[in-house]
Design a protein around this ligand. Structure first.
Ligand SMILES: [Zn+2]
Length: 131
């Protein structure tokens, strides 16, 4: 099992797992051996609440993977979690509805192959997300 397998395993279970530093208590994404915030080598795996704030995004009009050809245009976003990690993931929100800072919530729909995928959905309106 590699250092990052817990992240995929969590998605398979419908859970957003992140590695939280034992020293500064901030989470990181992608999973890595040391803390990118303070350099401390030790961390623990915790389940993130799943709420986040949309930091930025890009709309993909060209499918780099033929399996995604039927899904373009799709949106890939950067989502700031209150736990301290900035996660890269697909958004299940149309480009016209996106606003920087909007509340989003992790979801785990099943893809065409039956596996769960991490997708951020529009969060509850008016919800405040603290960093
Ligand atoms: Zn740290």
């Amino acid at each position: 099992m590699s250092e990052a397998d817990f992240f995929r395993s969590g998605i398979d279970e419908g859970r957003l797992l992140v590695r939280r530093c034992l020293a500064c208590e901030r989470a990181a994404y992608p999973p890595m051996p040391g803390c990118p915030h303070c350099g401390h080598p030790e961390g623990e795996i915790v389940e993130a609440e799943g709420a986040g704030a949309l930091y930025s995004w890009t709309v993909c009009h060209v499918a780099f993977d033929p399996d995604l050809a039927a899904e373009v245009p799709y949106v890939v976003g950067l989502v700031d979690l209150p736990e301290g990690a900035r996660v890269v993931a697909r958004l299940a929100i149309g480009p016209e509805a996106l606003e920087a800072g909007m509340a989003v919530q992790a979801g785990f729909p099943r893809g065409s192959d039956g596996s769960r995928q991490l997708r951020f959905l529009a969060g509850p309106p008016g919800r405040e997300v603290s960093k």
